[in-house]
Design a protein around this ligand. Sequence first.
Ligand code: SF4
Length: 427
Amino acid sequence: MAHSLQINQSGQSASVGDPGGLNGDLNRGPKDGDLVDLVGLDRSEIGVELEKFGLLPREARMRTRQLWNWVYVNGLTDFEKMSNVSKTARQMFAARFMLRRPEIVSEQVSSDGTRKWLFRFKDPKHPNLPAVDVETVYIPENKRGTLCVSSQVGCTLNCSFCHTGTQMLVRNLTAGEILGQILMARQLLGDFPNGVRPSDGLVPKQDTRAITNVVMMGMGEPLFNFDNVKKALLIASDGEGISLSKRRITLSTSGVVSHIGRAGDEIGVMLAISLHAVNNELRNELVPINKKFPLEELLAACKAYPGLSNARRITFEYVMLKGVNDSDADARELVRLLAKIPAKINLIPFNPWDGSPYECSSWERIETFADIVNRAGYASPVRTPRGRDIFAACGQLKSTSERLSKRAQRALETPQKEIAGKTDEEK
Ligand code: SF4
């Protein structure tokens, strides 16, 4: 049975399993707007911040290492608990810095164990700007767990099968907000030292990491927010911090060809392409960015993806739409197009949403399609729909966000001025 929890935190977000007690820290001393958020800064930027108030470069490097460990390995949000840092330095940190986490507006747990959070980010430097709400989804299995992270609030693209695409772009997320989703999810899943696993849903046992993989497949097009996504993923894969292997991080793009090579060179994570069609005419309709970057250019960029090999394949995502892209001829053309590209093909049963013009292909059709692709030598797992009952499945995120926002606003009695800056759709 799916269940949900509306959490009225009113600025008390870190109280849920918070090892560090974020708000206890923020509610005393200087105002949030005066503090520099260290989450999302790379090591050199933290060093610069430390040197600004008089630390010599060598000490700044040492303090940076300490902070990095406390924040990303131990998950602390309270400087006071950093036991190997002198009292003077702890006070100095608390007076100038903060370690921001999102508020938790709601948490839903699907009958299949999938978990979805609606996180709210407020910009303490701009308290009059409306907060933004972002969905993050955790897809657990027995021995692994994948976190689906958002890169933007809304999306500028209008992929016709995707409900997120019907939400106008509100703004890009900062590197700190992208990392904030990972840190908050780790906190809530008991994935930091001494953390406690939730008793509901499905989470791998304590001796395994709860989050073993991260996919940039939530709301938004990650390559349209390149700099922030790059920074966040480099921090997430830092071996002295969260330490996620780059082979366990996948960046999914609708096909922003201009940035695919840079993603390989500068971030070096695994790549997934939202393909969904095997000719330009249909792809122009399903994934309209294809008009700017047609299939030929997209596939050429994939062939040239840095580090591509049989051990490091590109995943091509293909949503199965009844009578639209699911014929035997489509399957054969897919195989032909991907020849010479080390690839996996991920067949995704369409997850319906209100007002969508599409239906999901029948299971027989999906199996026949998968057989053709398999016989050509491609691994082509059919992605089991997860979290459909809580609208957490692929392509459903916006609808839930809208619905939850309304419920959350009622539950939280959010003042109108807080949502005044949102689009009509979001309201
Ligand atoms: S599939 Fe991705 S890029 Fe396309 S509309 Fe949805 S969120 Fe945006």
